[in-house]
Design a protein around this ligand. Structure first.
Ligand SMILES: [Fe+2]
Length: 268
């Protein structure tokens, strides 16, 4: 644990495990008290940055603030997406089950660099943790043979547009982080039509069905290993900034009733 002092106040920095950082203010701090370049550096170093004790922003103010970081991605519903668990959702993101690993923006033209959340309401102990997996660590730990195999892999993802995204995309598995240059994995788990309201089909280019299935299961198992995963248990008032290139993310199922309300903005 370390304390940093800016001209506007003192913040306590605590590492999260196995990666991430929580920066706490005594209360009443504003996100603008810390220059965006400093927050961006902390996010780049830690990959997940949790701000606690900072005032939440009104919806418009949230989008306006995020423009300090870059271009804000415009979804059909707007720049700020309300993530509220619904009783009868069109799309699995709004249901109470788990959300498998993915990166944000897969089905849009732009690749968001960061995503921002603010938590307007959370139900402690009801599950629904957001789980982040550090693909830079998974790549780092892979041996030369596996890295070589991965380097040749492209995956095609397809989904029907039922929410604010949809379509067909092909991506190489191994990509490069735009800021740090380190290798990252772009991987999303398939969504079984029997389980999820908005299925996603995944095909490894050049692989048959059995080889695709084996590859997908192996990659999912690897990225779910505890040494690569940080699960964020939300508290009302949390602001979270995450590196959408270095990480994939998903959500644990809720274990009980919840009225959780998150707002999310993506920055390109
Ligand atoms: Fe997401």
């Amino acid at each position: 644990m370390a304390t940093s002092t800016t001209p506007h106040g003192a913040f306590t920095h605590t590492p999260l495990r196995p990666f991430g950082r929580i920066v706490e203010a005594a209360g009443g701090a504003r996100i603008t008290d810390v220059p965006a370049e400093v927050l961006a550096r902390w996010t780049e170093e830690s990959r997940v940055l949790v701000l606690r004790g900072f005032d939440l922003m009104a919806k418009e103010e949230f989008a306006t603030y995020c423009r300090r970081w870059g271009e804000v991605l415009k979804w059909e519903p707007g720049e700020v997406i309300d993530l509220v668990v619904e009783d009868n959702p069109r799309n699995y993101l709004f249901a109470s089950g788990d959300v498998p690993f993915h990166w944000d923006g897969a089905f849009v033209e732009a690749n968001p660099r960061y995503f921002f959340f603010q938590c307007l309401n959370a139900t402690p102990g009801a599950g629904g943790e957001t789980v982040f997996s550090d693909t830079t660590a998974a790549y780092r730990d892979a041996d030369a043979e596996l890295r070589e195999q991965w380097a040749g892999i492209s995956l095609t993802y397809s989904t029907e547009k039922l929410a604010h995204y949809g379509g067909l995309i092909t991506e190489r598995l191994v990509s490069q982080h735009p800021a740090t240059g380190v290798p990252v994995l772009r991987f999303a788990e398939p969504l079984d039509p029997a389980v999820y309201k908005n299925p996603v089909h995944v095909q490894v280019d050049g692989f048959g069905a059995a080889a695709t299935e084996e590859f997908l299961a192996g990659m999912a198992e690897r990225l779910h290993r505890p040494e690569y995963c940080y699960a964020h248990d939300w508290r009302t008032g949390d602001i979270v900034i995450a590196d959408n290139y270095a990480l994939v993310h998903g959500r644990n199922a809720f274990s009980g009733p919840t009225n959780r309300h998150l707002q999310r903005v993506e920055v390109i």
